[in-house]
Design a protein. Structure first.
Length: 95
């Protein structure tokens, strides 16, 4: 990606008790290529659905499973929604 993505923000919903969330955090979100791709967005928010802010936003975006990754535009409208992904699929999702 050479220019800013049209979608501006990434919301990553997870929970401490969620094994796939922990796996994605340790193997996918820690990858240098993923970090580089995420840096092209205006913001990346990691939200725990068991905490107040995460619970409120997960209700607003109707998150029914974790992990859930949502790319939203400047108005907060979802453009892409995904769930557990390996590194390759996550990089493709972020394109």
């Amino acid at each position: 990606m050479t220019e800013k993505t049209k979608e501006k923000h990434v919301l990553i919903f997870s929970a401490q008790w969620c094994s796939p969330c922990r796996q994605m955090k340790s193997s996918v979100l820690s990858d240098s290529k993923v970090k580089q791709r995420l840096s092209e967005y205006d913001s990346v928010q990691h939200l725990d659905i068991d905490e107040a802010n995460g619970r409120q936003l997960s209700a607003a975006y109707r998150v029914s499973a974790v992990p859930t990754v949502i790319i939203v535009n400047e108005e907060g409208r979802p453009k892409k929604i995904g769930h557990f992904m390996n590194t390759y699929n996550f990089l493709e999702f972020l394109k």
